[in-house]
Design a protein around this ligand. Sequence first.
Ligand code: ZN
Length: 244
Amino acid sequence: MTKILVISDVHANLTALEAVLANAGKVDEVWCLGDVVGYGPDPNECITLLRSQPNLAWMMGNHDYAAAGDLALEAFNADARKSLLWQREALTPENMEFLRTRPTQAVTHGEVTMAHGSPRDPIWEYVLNTLVARINLGFFDTPWCFVGHSHFQVVFQYDRQEDDFTIQVPNPGDMYELKERAILNPGSTGQPRDRDPRAAYAIFLPEERAWTPHRVEYDIKAVQKRILAAGLPPRHAERLVGGW
Ligand code: ZN
């Protein structure tokens, strides 16, 4: 039975990433939906640790794109911009090159389409409600689509008979049996915004059509110290405690 770890939005938070990897245990594959850098103090360490994971799939996120490329930073708020400029300085040339070569289009693996934002707009669009989920149904052919970007752990399931999408905020640890179409967000590992500060991830068992969201506590104080020591915006340290 294949066990796949699905993560997104690590945002240079090594302590959260380590906690997730330890909590997930042995997995066969790791699928990362993007935004490994931005906001946090450990961009190189997160990239290196992730690259050592088995059967890695890795999508380009908007922060990765901005940190690694020459993308103008106007699309980001002032604090995010400061952090991105810091990351551009901090990244090693090798990691910069690695980030630069992540896929910017949706990628299909078996029965799953992966995108950072959405299949319609893989880098920028947020899937936050059933209307946007429905629009995106027409932009992927596989039964399921995994997205990140919003930093919300959420399950959208489509019922063909009812022609209706449902949105669920999942209960961590509960297993969700996937129906014919679904859009799933594992939540953010390094900067959750759903008021639950614990690091988020999901385990996907393709043979069983099973999706299990998880949350795990990590040493937030240690990350806050590194954020402040690096001279990154204090707001990025504060928000980790409240999960916003
Ligand atoms: Zn993000």
